[in-house]
Write a protein that binds this ligand. Sequence first.
Ligand code: FAD
Ligand code: 2HG
Ligand code: ZN
Length: 398
Amino acid sequence: RSSPAAAPHRLPFSRITEEDLALFREILPGRVITDPDLLQSSNEDWLKSVRGSSEVLLRPQTTQEVAKILSYCNSRNLAVNPQGGNTGLVGGSVPVYDEIILSTSLMNNILSFDNISGILTCQAGCVLENLSLYLEERDYMMPLDLGAKGSCHIGGNVATNAGGLRLLRYGSLHGTVLGLEVVSGSFKSAGINSLRRRRKDIFFSFSADCPFYIVIETSGSDSDHDSQKLHNFLEEAMTSSLVTDGTIATEDSKIKALWSMRERVTEALTHDGFTYKYDISLPVERIYQLVTDMRQHLGNRARSVVGYGHVGDGNLHLNITSPAKDPALLASIEPFVYEWTAKFHGSISAEHGLGLKKRNYIYYSKSRSAVELMGDIKMLLDPRGILNPYKTLPDHLK
Ligand code: FAD
Ligand code: 2HG
Ligand code: ZN
């Protein structure tokens, strides 16, 4: 397996047996995948940077099936890796060793939509873009949008509390999730409360030969009022020479085309070589200094050092590429990047989570007592630690 050098040792979970497989086939007829070719893509992450060696992929369709599987795995001490669209960028979505992959890909039903309250209830495996299209047809929208929308699942979005392109406007996803049906080893619960309605309105972006490009989408419920506010803002920005050029889009197709340039940066970077990714929160006035300091620090050892992200949220995506995986380069980046971030009171994981890759760096951003509390909560919900082991919490708490 090709995982980060710091991957932990395999914990003493049980190994899967023929009896286990027979039981899974009874619960999920025709939906227990053991063919190594079919398992390959689920064992490897989107970046192709980490790979597990799971021998079983389970594809439940209902909560009851998930509950049966997890209850059995808990009793047998079998480790499980829940997987949504497998677009996570921190190695959290694939097994480290032979954990069973529990995929939500067949849990893709929209259960209800109330067009008065705007409350959508759906299964965890609904692809984000499908939910967006479904709501757009009904003159509503998802409060979340991100470049991986065509593949990521809403369950994965909630699990990672994905930030994305609308966070500044609509807030953290956890604030708009009203209830969850949660399955752990032995219990399940559900709850739902209330929701507000908002509407997309107008959008503009700045383009041509500039050091920085900013995409802004505004929304409101009174189009005349919204365009007046936007007009005033633009006039001020242009007169003060803060902005040198720009374009405005009000048609859907142009809005989508402009966003797609922003959304596809991640994909574009994969063509520039092996990418080291950092997802940092910083006071907004410091956000680009990390990029320039890193450029200076690395000199010509990196191919590109680029920064982009969600400026309104103080969230920088620092990406460093090299022609191939390069341990010496990595040693120059880390812990420099984490020390720099801690010095300016930033967070080493703004929106992508800690997964496998960042788990041992958590103390740069969180106190010992906060991390211990996280460990206690995990222990409460998953006493045997079978759910996604080796991820998020630092190794000494596992
Ligand atoms: P996966 O990658 O399959 O899983 C991620 C984690 O969630 C894993 O730990 C997994 O075990 C857990 N999980 C998944 N489903 C469940 C479930 N039902 N129950 C419990 N745990 C579960 N992230 C951002 O925050 N903002 C962005 O703007 C953004 N843009 C991206 C753009 C691109 C091109 C790519 C490739 C990724 C981007 N990401 C972004 C990262 C990623 O898309 C998000 O983290 C996304 O929310 C992951 O969803 P997923 O369904 O792919 O989850
Ligand atoms: C984005 O904002 C994603 O596009 C991905 O969070 C960031 O590729 C990255 O580093
Ligand atoms: Zn992002």
